[in-house]
Design a protein around this ligand. Structure first.
Ligand code: PBG
Length: 328
């Protein structure tokens, strides 16, 4: 008589592509992807970012084109970062009504604002000459409360230009409340806030600092962004505070190295949770693939699937357009 074992055979559900497709528990959809875009003032052609092959600092024209392509691919949203021609200590360009972000947001809203969500990153690091995310005290610390007023002004300027989602990324205490109050006072009660609630001081942001030309001129961001080894519970505390301050959605950043945190957040809150697959995550895959060391397309899909499975409702990724096309 032949042996009856094994009794359970999980392999039955893996045998064919059709079977795997039918039983899949995690699916990606273009609408849940958000494409980060960079626009730079005063350039006349798009400028490639060396550490992020395939990503560009855009002109206003090439930005519109990139947005249009993303929309056609079915990508759900865009998040805009701007690099001004002139930077100063207080980041004046951040709330200048004619600042590059404000101009480009208006372009994007007219180009794709009916079919996708045009979001803006709200911070000061792209606009300050010292590269920190806020106003400095005389001893070179980031002054939390002085910075809040600047964030509020920048958020209002973005909303006035048409931004459909304000995403404060500076990790100042009280930033969501300050921005919510300012938006409401200016008549933008309907503009939601996606808080970068859980944002680690991460080496994975390295390439972004080339892209947005915002590397701190001294020190680093560890005095305001979270420590990877920080207190257990810190992430949930940040999320709770932001929700109490009026955040409509929350974000975890970076993504792949923080999937445990993403899952904790997803299991705790009742608002949409986004995850940001950051510049370093992008650069690692592109660099290894360029060397022929990994299968680029499969690694991209596997990473995004893992981020989705860990609980992200929305994923910010530099591959958004490419992946959206593939998913269609
Ligand atoms: C700050 C900001 C950063 C990123 C998004 N918003 C950089 C930082 O905190 O140093 C990083 C995004 C990425 O690495 O892709 N405005």
């Amino acid at each position: 008589m032949t042996a009856q074992f094994p009794v359970a055979r999980p392999r039955r559900l893996r045998r064919t592509p059709a079977m795997r497709r039918m039983v899949a528990g995690t699916r990606l959809h273009p609408a849940e992807l958000v494409l980060p875009l960079f626009v730079k003032e005063g350039i006349d052609r798009p400028s490639p970012i060396a550490s992020m092959p395939g990503v560009f600092q855009h002109t206003r024209d090439s930005l519109r084109k990139a947005a249009h392509e993303a929309a056609e691919a079915g990508v759900g949203g865009l998040i805009l970062f701007g690099i001004p021609a002139v930077k100063d200590a207080r980041g004046s360009a951040a709330d200048d009504p004619d600042g590059i972000v404000q101009q480009a947001v208006a372009d994007l809203v007219s180009e794709v604002g009916d079919t996708m969500v045009v979001m803006t990153d709200t911070c000061l690091d792209e606009f300050t000459d010292h590269g920190h995310c806020g106003i400095l005290t005389p001893d070179g610390e980031v002054d939390n409360d002085a910075t809040l007023e600047r964030y509020a002004a920048a958020a209002v300027a973005q909303a006035r230009a048409g931004s459909q989602f304000i995403a404060p990324s500076g990790m100042m205490d009280g930033q969501v409340a300050a921005i919510r109050a300012a938006l409401d006072a200016e008549g933008f009660q309907q503009v939601p806030i996606m808080a970068y609630s859980v944002k680690y001081a991460s080496a994975f942001y390295g390439p972004f600092r080339d892209a947005a030309e915002c590397a701190p001129q001294f020190g680093d961001r560890s005095a305001y962004q979270q420590d990877a080894a920080g207190p257990i519970g810190e992430a949930l505390r940040e999320v709770r505070l932001d929700l109490a301050e009026g955040a409509d959605a929350v974000m975890v950043k970076p993504a792949l190295a923080y999937l445990d945190i993403l899952r904790q957040v997803r299991d705790t809150v009742d608002v949409p949770v986004a995850a940001y697959q950051v510049s370093g995550e992008y650069a690692m895959v592109e660099a290894a693939a360029a060397n022929g060391w990994i299968d680029r397309d499969r690694v991209i899909m596997e990473s995004l699937t893992a981020i989705r499975r860990a609980g992200a409702d929305t994923i910010l990724t530099y591959w958004a357009t490419e992946v959206a096309r593939k998913l269609r």
